[in-house]
Design a protein. Structure first.
Length: 199
């Protein structure tokens, strides 16, 4: 057993309140500075933040943030970009399967047809660029709509796998549910930004 003096010397994790404050302040600073500067090279660097700084750095800043906050939205957008970057073929396939059942959402997302790996990667970069240099609410709406279309497609894929590839169907169903939840969160963040309530 450690005595109290020894216990006080142990390094612990960041206090949750401090972590939340850091998340909110860094998100607000990055977004406001980029939007104020409107420098294309800065926007490009921020879009590629994970590529340059690593996922751990971004996760340290924003992964614990509540979904309906600016840092929570940024975390989800960067994770969406990472997913698209590393599994573009599967993402494009799910998105393509969801287009016909989610036509309105597809129009909002704005992915070129037919949606292939290059098209979904381009959308992910355009969405992040929109956060830093365009209409942030529109960028969040596009990302939310994209997630919803991909979720619809993933649900169709899970249904077609049921009965002969049950493990894959289960995993695909979970992915569809997660995408749907992320899409809903991003769309609610868009509404909050328009109402000046997203911080």
């Amino acid at each position: 057993m450690l005595d109290m003096d020894e216990a006080d010397q142990l390094q612990g994790d960041i206090d949750p309140a401090d972590r939340a404050l850091i998340a909110h302040e860094t998100a607000a600073a990055i977004v406001s500075q980029a939007r104020a500067s409107r420098q294309p090279d800065l926007v490009a660097r921020l879009v590629a933040l994970v590529d340059e700084e690593g996922i751990d750095t971004v996760a340290m800043m924003w992964s614990k943030a509540e979904p309906l906050t600016l840092p929570g939205a940024l975390w989800r957008l960067y994770m969406l970009r990472e997913w698209v970057k590393f599994d573009a073929d599967a993402v494009a396939r799910s998105y393509d399967h969801g287009i016909h059942a989610a036509g309105v959402r597809h129009a909002i997302a704005g992915v070129e047809v037919p949606p292939g790996p290059a098209e979904v990667k381009r959308l992910a970069d355009e969405v992040l660029s929109g956060v830093f240099a365009g209409d942030l609410a529109v960028a969040l709406d596009r990302a939310g709509a994209f997630c919803r279309v991909a979720a619809t497609g993933a649900a169709f894929e899970a249904e077609s796998d049921a009965g002969h590839a049950d493990d894959r169907a289960h995993q695909t169903t979970l992915r569809a549910a997660q995408l749907l939840r992320t899409g809903e969160d991003l769309e609610r963040c868009a509404t909050m930004w328009r109402e000046e309530k997203l911080d």
